[in-house]
Design a protein. Structure first.
Length: 75
């Protein structure tokens, strides 16, 4: 069952219908309808777990959903 709180159409379309396990900061921002600065704030505050590859970050989709749901619950 897919969690509908994070739409994934734009990322899935680039993955030929397969759900990715991780996305970039820019893709995460697009999925949540925000900008990459907000995603980076979550990373720098250590609220959003990431994997670092060189100079870029990779965010697990499950971690992004969990972070989004935690943020949603605090408002």
């Amino acid at each position: 069952m897919r969690d509908s709180s994070v739409p994934s159409e734009s990322v899935e379309s680039t993955m030929a219908g397969q759900t990715p396990i991780a996305v970039t900061v820019k893709q995460a921002a697009r999925l949540l309808g925000t900008n990459d600065k907000q995603i980076r704030r979550g990373i720098y505050a250590r609220e959003l777990p990431v994997v670092r590859f060189g100079n870029s970050y990779s965010i697990a989709v499950d971690d992004l959903r969990a972070w989004f749901n935690r943020k949603k619950a605090t408002l």
